[in-house]
Design a protein around this ligand. Sequence first.
Ligand code: UPG
Length: 476
Amino acid sequence: PHPSMATASPTLVLLPLWSAGHLMSLLEAGKRLLTRAGGKLSLTVLVIPPPTEHLAAEVQGHIRREEASGLDVRFVHLPAMDPPTDFRGIEEFLSRFVQMHAPRVRAAVADLPCPVAALVLDFFCTALIDVARDLDVPAYVYFTTNAAMMALMLRLPALHEEVTVEFEEMEGTVDVPGLPPVPSSSLPKPVMDKKNPNYTWFVYHGRRFAEADGIIVNTAAELERSALAAIADGRCTPGVRPPTVYPIGPVIAFEPPPEQPHECVRWLDAQPPASVALLCFGSQGFFAAPQAHEIAHGLERSGHRFLWVLRGPPAPGARHPADANLAELLPDGFLERTKDRGLVWPTWAPQREILAHAAVGGFVTHGGWNSTLESLWHGVPLAPWPLYAEQHMNAFTLVAAMGVAVAMKVDRKRDNFVEAAELEREVRELMGGGEEGRKAREKAMEMKAACRNAVEEGGSSDAALHRLAEELCKGA
Ligand code: UPG
């Protein structure tokens, strides 16, 4: 052991993945724990070198900001390794890339100059539970998405045995304790093809989540009572001791507003309250011209005001969406015809700031969980348009279990295509009109209050954070 080990405060070792939706969330959760532990813990972030230059630049930016913040956070960069090249999907890639790093993670943790309170692992890092066991350190999982998805993941190993055909081909619905019956067409993408290694990795992670010393989840008890209860009382993991769950959300990394308001925000300043539909599709969402045309026609015919964050297909060889070339993506004359009531923003937008603006009245979203929580934090109802990852499951949860969203017809067999008429109907429903929209708006306002109460001192999420901080300090 290092000579200073006896005196230095125990450290919590975070293992995040790199995308905004994962890294920022885990870092923010870590900082909240640090504050709750009242100086008894420090934070160490182990950085697995990102596999692309684009991600590396993004991660560097986040790290620089954190290092300048003056908090007790130390970043440890692991040596670079060649990523796998023969993979069939992102989930397999991530899981294998992390697993390859296990010996280096072990060495880096063993080398730390202070006691280690626990490892906190991202969703895709469960292979590193073995490292924690080996070093005799507790292992926690940080779940960047919701309890509904966690219930499904914990139940997946058993479902795998029970359902012998592809989920797509099974009759009826899937039973996930704590949720309304789940149509098989709402299952997350990696679960839809059992022959794909992505599926095998999902079953693997599902099994390993149950082995963790605790699962920290970015949700609040009030948002997902029934799913959380089903996990806690063991209905999702029959025959296995259920993991302890800490719902500490909404964990949202708010940044101070910039000195100069962003152009999107200035545009919103000129719109009436709750009049604008925001369309924004996460870190990976993009559209090619045929789909962008449908959206444009739908928005035009809806007659509503809109702020549309539109990104285009990745450049050849790149993996992230490119800034949109509006002349190529939009129908002729669209911008001119809608200039009095619409703004199309062709690159990354300050989504958190936008959702905080009183002019925003509804959110057409890919349904990533961070975006969802940011929306509910401001009481903005949703229209989920799932595109990738677990988003079909999120869309189902938001509509059927939480009631904060209006349902949208997405053609999963055509790469999640949405017709102009459907988008038009959807925007009208979300922004005014029908009963479904009215209910979603009411429920979203209820959830706004619930979210804010949950993280206040003494609220459910604050209490869970407190329990977790105590647990971590006790073990260290
Ligand atoms: N964001 C912006 N500006 C943009 C686009 C996105 O600020 O123009 C922000 C947004 O505010 C949010 C984050 O980027 O904070 C996006 O996070 P999220 O909504 O969770 O989407 P993804 O980036 O797609 O996140 C991945 C998965 C998603 C999952 C989430 C958490 O794709 O399905 O729920 O991780 O596990």
